[in-house]
Design a binder for this molecule. Sequence first.
Ligand SMILES: Cc1cc2nc3c(=O)[nH]c(=O)nc-3n(C[C@H](O)[C@H](O)[C@H](O)COP(=O)(O)O)c2cc1C
Length: 372
Amino acid sequence: MKKIIHCCRGLLGIRDRVMSIPLIQGGMGVGVSLGRLAGSIAKKGGIGCISTADCGYLEEDFETHPEEANLRALHKEIQKAREISDNNGLIAINAMVATQQYDDAVKCAVEDGIDAVISGAGLPTSLPSLVPEGSALIAPIVSGGRAAGLILKVWETKYNRYPDFVVVEGPKAGGHLGFTSETLDDQAKTPDILDLIREVSEVIRPYEEKAGHAIPLYAAGGFWDREDIENAIQAGADGVQMATRFIGTYECDAAQGYKDVLIRGTSRDLSIIKSPVGMPGRALMTPLLQRVKREGRIAPLHCSRCIKTCNIAKVPYCITNALIEAVKGNYEEGLFFSGANIDRLTKMCHVSEIIDELFAEMIERIPVPVKC
Ligand SMILES: Cc1cc2nc3c(=O)[nH]c(=O)nc-3n(C[C@H](O)[C@H](O)[C@H](O)COP(=O)(O)O)c2cc1C
């Protein structure tokens, strides 16, 4: 069994690898956060996160054997992240419950010695059964206190397990969102992430005694600078999960064309869309989405069996194909997810510059590795 460490609140470790900054890089599929970005974040002491969603899209046999291609690529990306990380920080996967390959991807990553499994886009009620105790840290992504309470109860009752940490993702995040379109469209109804932090904090803190360890809470959605992070911590979070800001890094795994689309994009181009996954999502209103709006449907030409609930005969367009076109930089045919803070993404930089700007004092205060 591996040694799982919950050291100073918010900082986690497994075996001899520890976090030294309270930052998780949010998983970004398809192919936006793979081994290079995840490894670069871990190298600086955070949790770098590989998205498992169709991560084999560049494999030669992806079209014919997507499942095998994805698992092979996941193995390679975990190796790559490990090498880049210099044994600092933690390497995680982001696995979406809504994906067909959810169980297999989690099991494959655990076999490969992944440090943490972070799971959302649905309630990850079965996650403890896929990750043997002591093998990796497990964490649900929730959108509020109700979902957090439900997960904690199910995990406790069914598996006698507790999350090693929790991510609360608010309405300013990119990708799929755990709120209804009505809530997102009406500013008066849209919850504030700081309130969600307080709400989830209240739900998880009573479980810490039963768990016998702290359950750090990371807040996601719209965090950009030090002030944002300080506000989250003030509200009761132990750290933050950030994604959109890391798209503008040289280490981000997407093509430069993808990064340029996001850098050029503004909040005026953003829209809350109903994704084929069945959840709302925040994305740029690209020609693909305009065409779907006009024509009602672009029938998929091919199916890589990605989403559990997808009905190929009815789906408005193939989300896998659209996300793959995006990550390759195809503006016309791609689906580009983004967080609400897109206006602040204006130039390229290195992961290390962002982390030094956000956490320099902290890195000086907490030398790597953290003494637990
Ligand atoms: C391009 C993009 C792709 C994303 N893909 C996923 C994903 O595959 N799974 C997931 O759980 N979250 C996904 N997210 C959400 C992020 O992991 C993260 O929690 C969120 O975007 C944080 O907000 P921020 O982008 O404002 O920092 C995605 C976000 C973006 C911007």
